[in-house]
Design a protein around this ligand. Structure first.
Ligand code: GAL
Length: 394
């Protein structure tokens, strides 16, 4: 009997191997190394005369990109454009495929928030070969001489604001004994993360150098404090390890400088679960995500840097329509607008490795428990529904 079973198993194993051996292997994902033919005009299927705008966003995981996509789509559609909106799940290859697809579908303009700002060089050459203007949205696209414009916030200033908050709230200018800080930086492939880090470090470095501020973990440089994909879980786990390794019962932690709200959420969770001293810890963030708005109101997060995404989309749409109209705007785009918010035009500071990219920059603002009602609710950016729950209103 055993011999029969062994024989049957052997035959099934042979059949399985034959199946997988003979099954046509899935086509390897074509790398954008020239293997994708540049779409010729007859490849491109445009609707009869309708302007097509391709919008490529990094992911839906972070609250803000869903808002960005909605704001941009609504405003371009309101102007009669057909909008192709794609989210890349934070996957570089998916974003490249999304962009190729949108070119093939006839996009007349591309608005791209890069997953990895250094990975789009070749696919953007493809866009240029199809004469499609390109706006780098929120994150500077690097290593490409065909990026036409960059629209974002002053991201270096985001880091400065975070550091200034910590310097103020810890009263470092007057504190006698050293305070302790840990750093949670952003996704290392996100070009903005470096701007945030540099702004914060340039501002806080004098206090690290003078030992008025000490990181007991010793983790201060960009890569050892980075958080892949801005992940809340990764930030939480890393901080839990630091708390359990460097902050025993009698050692206090005074601040955690987090680059954005998703990582700040992880930091607050780590402090709740693994920090026993229970002194207030100053936690910074960025984006004004709803969960973090609650945490600022309840005191577990000290501040966030708010960036009015609707205003970022208003500038982007105005710029996009000007490009579609064959114009190459500069300050005149701002001068001709009726915007009730500050926007600056910059042609000197955003070198993407191939060119200085003409940029429109909006102003980030510090939000704390002291000004949150005035800055976010009185202005209508956020509202409370009849149950008192907070939602982003514009
Ligand atoms: C950055 C963006 C920030 C924030 C972060 C992820 O590129 O500028 O506003 O969204 O990604 O939270």
């Amino acid at each position: 009997m055993k011999k029969v079973i062994a024989a049957l198993l052997t035959i099934s194993l042979i059949l399985v191997c034959l199946y997988f051996g003979l099954r046509p292997q899935p086509e390897p994902v074509a790398e954008v190394t020239g293997l994708i033919d540049a779409p010729t005009l007859d490849d491109i299927h445009t609707d009869d005369g309708q302007t097509i705008v391709g919008i490529s966003m990094p992911d839906r995981l972070l609250e803000r990109w869903n808002k960005d996509g909605s704001y941009l789509r609504a405003q371009f559609e309101k102007k009669g454009c057909k909008v192709l909106l794609r989210y890349a799940n934070n996957l570089i290859d998916t974003q490249i495929d999304d962009i190729v697809d949108m070119i093939r579908e006839g996009a007349d303009l591309l608005v791209i928030a890069a997953v990895d700002g250094s990975a789009l060089t070749e696919v953007l050459d493809l866009a240029k070969s199809a004469n499609v203007p390109i706006i780098a949205y929120d994150r500077l696209i690097m290593d490409s001489d065909v990026v036409d414009y960059y629209v974002s916030f002053d991201n270096y200033k985001v880091g400065v604001l975070q550091a200034q908050y910590i310097i103020r709230i810890l009263d470092l200018a007057h504190s006698e004994k050293p305070k302790h800080i840990e750093f949670v930086t952003g996704d290392p492939v996100d070009n903005n993360a470096r701007y945030f880090y540099n702004g914060a470090m340039d501002t806080i470095k004098p206090y690290l150098d003078s030992q008025k501020l000490i990181s007991l973990s010793g983790q201060v440089n960009f890569y050892e404090t980075a958080t892949a994909q801005w992940s809340t879980d990764i930030a939480q786990q890393r901080l839990q390890i630091i708390l359990n390794s460097y902050y025993p019962e009698n050692v206090t932690l005074d601040a955690v400088l987090c680059a954005n709200d998703s990582t700040a959420l992880g930091a607050v969770r780590a402090l709740e679960s693994d920090y026993t001293q229970k002194n207030p810890v100053a936690v910074t963030g960025q984006d004004g995500d709803i969960a973090n708005i609650y945490n600022i109101i309840n005191g577990t997060q000290g501040m966030t840097v708010f960036k009015a995404l609707r205003e970022e989309s208003v500038v982007t749409v105005a710029l996009g329509l000007a490009l579609l109209d064959g114009k190459r705007p500069a300050e005149d785009l701002i001068a001709a607008s009726d915007w009730d918010f500050k926007c600056s035009y910059n042609t000197t500071d955003y070198d993407n490795g191939k060119k200085l990219v003409a940029s429109y920059l909006l102003e980030p603002i510090t939000i704390t428990a002291d000004n949150i009602e005035h800055q976010l609710f009185d202005t209508g950016y956020y509202r409370r529904n009849s149950a008192g729950l907070i939602y982003a209103a514009k």
